[in-house]
Design a protein around this ligand. Structure first.
Ligand SMILES: Nc1ncnc2c1ncn2[C@@H]1O[C@H](COP(=O)(O)OP(=O)(O)O)[C@@H](O)[C@H]1O
Ligand SMILES: [Mg+2]
Length: 357
């Protein structure tokens, strides 16, 4: 196990700056997930930590020691990639033991370590097969096995499940969470999928354009985002953003009609009002009641998603668990508790209420 610290890390490819003065502490034994849109610098950051990519500026500390120039082996790090990169001519057993053979570890110990990794990953029956004889999920297990046998202090995963079908992704995600609990190593996991981040992470780091937008527990990012980007990126279906005006007494008036008391004390200004689909209720009794014309109903059984249009022309998604009969094209009224909306200013930053709620 090991802790990591990134201090003011920079990465440039020629004139292109892809990571900008990034600071982050990764706790010993934690599972940290880097999430962000494609091209935001997740892989680059991970590869700098692994020692596969040069660090342009700043410091990488592993257990308090500066490791900018250390080679990957010295760092005690193993990395698992999206494409499994297994050796096709070797059996599963040989693939998993490869790095140990290269390191000159004796045969009996290699056999013990391979057997233990195979047991952890439940791939013992596959040890004599070649990669071509495995499914995608089995190959990814072998790739993880190859990392485990080295007993690294830190595991890095770069979108390891992206090549798997949806169902397998969900089950492998659970396997990785269990693996983390079992071996207790520090893990950093990169994904563009916010659901994967939410379900796996102790701490999520939301990245955009080479910078950290916000880092925190899944719950913190969901309930208390710092800005519009994080609010919109975390959560599915995504948060609704409505145009509104904040008055100096804290009243917010929506372009869609209706108003509510926000508890925010700030100068008059236009705001974006963020309301999650599950924070709407289909009723005329909640405060902030607004009319919504139903465009599409997505029925998932216990839950329905109502896609609708407001008087302002803005479109919204409402999560509904009621048993009301609702039909396409009809206009219904939806409301929300005045405690739920989050406000964002013209600079996209959150305007937080003064009073706790
Ligand atoms: N070897 C390279 N040379 C030049 N630009 C690169 C190189 N590798 C990555 N980049 C650029 O750096 C940015 C971040 O890429 P990457 O870390 O792969 O993003 P992510 O993994 O988040 O999708 C992108 O704009 C990409 O085009
Ligand atoms: Mg990437």
């Amino acid at each position: 196990m090991a802790s990591l610290e990134l201090q003011n890390i920079d990465k440039s490819y020629g004139a292109l700056r892809v990571i900008e003065g990034l600071n982050l502490a990764v706790d010993d034994g934690s599972l940290t997930v880097f999430v962000g849109p494609s091209g935001c610098g997740k892989s680059t950051l991970l590869r700098m930590i692994a020692g596969l990519e040069e660090i342009t500026g700043g410091d990488l500390l592993i257990d308090g020691r500066q490791m900018n120039k250390a080679d990957p082996i010295q760092r005690g790090i193993a990395m698992v990639f999206q494409n499994y990169a297994l050796y096709p001519h070797m059996t599963v057993e040989q693939n998993i033991g490869f790095s140990l053979r290269m390191a000159g570890v004796d045969k009996a110990e290699i056999a013990r370590n391979v057997a233990s990794a195979a047991a952890t990953l439940q791939i013992e029956p596959l040890l004599k097969r070649k990669p071509a004889q495995l499914s995608g999920g089995q190959r990814q297990r072998v790739a993880i096995g190859r990392a485990i046998v080295r007993e690294p202090a830190v595991f890095l995963f770069d979108e390891p499940l992206s090549n798997l079908d949806a169902e397998l992704r969900v089950s492998m995600r659970v396997e990785i969470a269990k693996l983390h609990r079992k071996i207790g190593a520090t893990m950093i996991y990169v994904t563009h999928d916010q659901t994967e981040a939410m379900t796996l992470a102790d701490k999520i780091v939301v990245m955009r354009s080479g910078q950290i937008e916000q880092a925190g527990t899944p719950d913190t990012l969901y309930r208390d985002p710092d800005n519009l980007f994080v609010a919109g990126f975390i959560g599915s279906p995504r948060m609704n953003f409505l145009e509104g005006t904040l008055g100096s007494d804290g009243t917010v008036t929506l372009a869609a009609g209706g108003s509510f008391r926000s508890g925010v004390i700030a100068p008059d200004q236009p705001v974006k009002v963020g309301i999650r689909p599950e924070h709407f209720t289909v009723t005329s009794e909640a405060d902030g009641t607004i009319g919504m014309r139903i465009d599409v109903i997505e029925n998932l059984g216990g839950t329905r998603y109502l896609y609708g249009t407001l008087a302002s022309g803005e479109t919204v998604i409402v999560e509904d668990r009621s048993e009301e009969s609702i039909r396409n094209t009809e206009t219904i009224t939806v409301g929300f508790s005045s405690k739920k909306p989050l406000l964002f200013g013209a600079d996209s930053k959150r305007i937080r209420p003064q009073m706790k709620h």
